[in-house]
Design a protein around this ligand. Sequence first.
Ligand SMILES: Cc1cc2nc3c(=O)[nH]c(=O)nc-3n(C[C@H](O)[C@H](O)[C@H](O)COP(=O)(O)O)c2cc1C
Length: 665
Amino acid sequence: MAVNFDYDIAFSRNIGWVTEREQAILRGKRVAIAGLGGVGGSHLLTLARLGVGAFHISDFDSFDLVNFNRQAGATMSHLGRSKVDVLAEMALDINPEMEVRKFPDGVKEDNVHEFLDGVDLYVDGLDFFVVAVRRMVFAECAERSIPSTTAAPLGMGVSALNFIPGKTTFEQYFRLEGQPEKEQLLRFLAGLSPAQIQMGALVDDTRLNLEEHRGPSTSMGCELCAGVAATQALKILLRRGSVVAAPRGLHFDAFGNRMKITWRPGGNNNPLQRLFLAIGRKSITTRLERQVRQRLASTQEAQPATAMERVLELARWAPSGDNTQPWRFELAGKRACVVHGSDTRDWCVYDLQGRASQIAVGALLETIAVAASKDGLRAEFRRRADTTETAPQIEVELVDDPAISRDSLYDFIKQRVTQRRSFSPEPLAPSDKQRLEACLPDGFRVVWIEGDASKKRLARLLFLSARIRLTIPEAYRVHKEIIEWNARYSEDHIPDQAVGLDPVALKMMRWAMGSWERVRFLNRYLAGTWMPRIQLDYLPALKCAAHFLLAADSKPAGIDDYLQAGRALQRFWLSASAVGLQFQPEMTPLIFSGYVRDGIDFTADTRARADARILKRRLEQLVGDAAESGVFMGRLGYGSYPDARSLRLALSKLSVGARGQQFSR
Ligand SMILES: Cc1cc2nc3c(=O)[nH]c(=O)nc-3n(C[C@H](O)[C@H](O)[C@H](O)COP(=O)(O)O)c2cc1C
């Protein structure tokens, strides 16, 4: 159907919010937009649909994959094409009568006059990190009395500032003159968001790096910018309504449901802004320090060369009790290796039969299989029959298999994590529950412990289990060994900040852990176990969606059964991550009641032995037969990702020669 373009019909649905006369005025207006990235492209298309008749647009860049999350025009068919060309085409497709002047080399000192020539309004679309050009264009606008507007996407919101001739200018507001670049960027950010209402949505502050000119962004923020900037444009161009001009600003955060009109007379010279900048400088410095530390701690050294190394590079992120990583790798070709397992029974009261270590090695094998699937490879495992349960060796071979395709759990290998803090008590969504039940291999099932009454029973059970954990010297020795103090990340321990205690309780624990006498003193006279038991066990047990027990169809007996259990566990844990659930193992009730069942003398403490017997009985009452065939227990729930976590040893540290090596702590 050939339909001829007709301006009046094309933009007739604007009428009502604008009059026919105003529409005609907009048709005669000329708007300059510098930068056609996250916001500039959307500004152009929004203003084109408003019926603005002429544009000057500039950008020297072309479309790249990293633009896809937010930029109008960033599509597969436009990859590599110049942004001005693509957006001019898109805008002309909306209004073929529009006049578009393209500035494909960007705005510079030698073309800024031409760029702003005859323009009624300048709309800023420059990248956040482009400071010098931004200052130049705004200064030129002030010089020529051209009104200008800037709308910055801040998370899932927008902060907009209008610079109206005769009022505060861009420079008077931001005060960038004579400042080094990093300070200019900080001042720009501070001036854009005096209210800081976007910060509640920021989940990973390490992604903002002023020095490397990197920052996170969302399409929602950019689209909100286009809506707000085009509204400012309408008001300025039609002289309608009250325009909020600098030093006042508009800030709306769609995530936090908040809107603020900010007022900072003197801009960044305002005492409030100075204070804000002082704090900002400090927090950016500490953040940069943290980034450096994190980078040091991020333990990947070199790009892995072979398929096997690539797989192991990822597989080392498998979970293990207390982050002991009871495995070493002997490379045996491009697609083969031998996993040398070990167990920690000689020093760890939680692993006296080696089960926790065997489960961890099983989880490692499953991770190898998932990682290999990315390259269409099937992982085959063969446990060497002549090796012992305490030091098993498993041959791994990766073979081509056309039936293997990338496992969807692949993306979650590094994302899977232990979260020991409270989750939301919101119950599991039926679809998530179904997915978790379906992910288990044959031979395993999940028993759910959910609903307020059952969660309370389990909370009491964990509270009791924690008394054993916190009062026996055998466990004290383990805790002293496995926790890294004053740490947010740890390569081969659990950082204290990931344990789940608040800062005060953590301080107390740090002190108490200095000696067994201190622990005993606290326990005897100051009810020392109460605070950690409530914080680490009782409350988290209530604050979760559900607890689970993974049970085998028949009671597991030897190492091979536990390796299988570990594989099942890892599928379950990765699947939980894939549906956005937080996860914490709760193994001690299972471990201590198992010791009672198998007659393992795990402590000299008589009260703890009696507690373990009660624990066994209560667990059986709660989950029935599954208590005996249970291999793993924990809790799940919706909530935030932890901000402290265990890392892993680098592949080079995990690699050994053919005879393996002793690797105890
Ligand atoms: C067999 C096994 C038992 C575990 N038991 C517990 C536990 O009882 N409580 C807990 O908080 N974490 C437990 N964990 C979690 C580990 O401490 C955690 O996986 C390890 O520190 C690595 O950290 P990440 O899972 O955050 O990568 C267990 C993990 C495994 C594999």
